[in-house]
Design a protein around this ligand. Sequence first.
Ligand code: GDP
Ligand code: MG
Length: 433
Amino acid sequence: NLTSRLQEIFRKLRGKGKLTEKDIEEALREVRQALLEADAHYKVVKELLNNVKTKALQEDVLKSVTPAEQIIRILYYELLNILGGEKVDLNLGDKKPGIILVVGLQGSGKTTTCAKLAYRLSQEQRRVLLVGADTFRPAAGKQLQILGEKIKVPVYIDGSNPFEIIDGALKVAREKFSDVMIVDTTGRLHIDEEMMNELSELNKRYHPSEILLVVDGMTGQDAVNIAEKFNEKLPLTGVILTKMDGDARGGAALSVKAITGKPIKFIGVGEKIEDLEYFYPDRLASRILGMGDLASLVEKIEKNIELEKMAKLEEKLKKSKFDLEDFYIQLKELKKVGTFEQILDMLPYVPKNKINVELSEKEIKKFLAIIESMTPEERRNPSIINGSRRQRIARGSGTSVQDVNRLLKQYFQTLELIKQINKGKKSMFPFFR
Ligand code: GDP
Ligand code: MG
């Protein structure tokens, strides 16, 4: 299945220390294949992978995060994005009773889902009236009545057509002070005009606060096509994917939001009445990627990235002794971590105009060479570096006295900055402790 395919791809990635562009492309090609085989819509897959690739190539290289973790993290965010980000709640309208129209093809799980929804809402202390308005399928009303009895929710089915039934139900709902009516509507084996017209009429007449489309999640691409067609004719407010407990391949869940623009609000995960879950995009993204709680892992990774940069810098800067050896290490680090300016940007208290932060790569190299040409004594005690020492160091490092002067100036500026920081605050990064 999708998850185990992806895990295999990640496992391979993890085996590699450093990822090349080719590794990334190769892995993403496999991810693409896995998603398509899981029945995700090709348009969605294409967009997803383009985004992941662009972001993967932009990311900085970091020590606390492996390249594989970095890709998984990016993939996670893109999945989340495609799945719709946040969980979307039901809208019960501002007038009572609110009306929820539940629509969908026969066999999709419409009637069962009406009962599951009713059960959930009644558990949340809402007064619910179930309404059986499927006059097309014989015994549809009876099925709803049996379910209603089980969950102790009243069911209304009297009338010979949906309008008669719903009008009657509205009266009862007002008498009972119901908060919401959940209306089971007519279905067909395939989308047909008669059904669509009836549903459109219902919408025009009753102004439901929700029109929820129930689709069978096991049907993969078909589920998305069905959702697209319903969405063209009816102002759907959300989708419920059923049978996600079986070997639903996940592709439908991935594609519905991206293709229709309508959020998945619930998923059906079994035949029992309580088997209806709110749809949490982050949980599905984690599940697809095969990680228990990826959201918190991602958070941890991100925190680590910050902490790594911060702690390193703080440790160095906070040393009461900050000699040229420390400066050397810092300059070397700078080459790896990014520009000094980027790092300073993360620090809340650093007066940026006090220090020349624009060190080019070439300059850093030069500075490193200069420090390498010093004696250990000079490195530990920079104030002894007088004119003749400067000349010697410049000769030894193949630089000029001006270069040496600039390095020393830079060093003393940094030292001054550190003294200021240490005087003012215990920690430069109070938010991270
Ligand atoms: P309707 O024709 O759309 O009203 O569909 P029904 O509500 O009668 O459901 C059709 C079948 O799908 C029934 O056997 C249900 O028990 C089953 N079903 C509905 N939802 C789920 C689900 O989330 N998981 C599983 N495994 N079966 C479901
Ligand atoms: Mg039914």
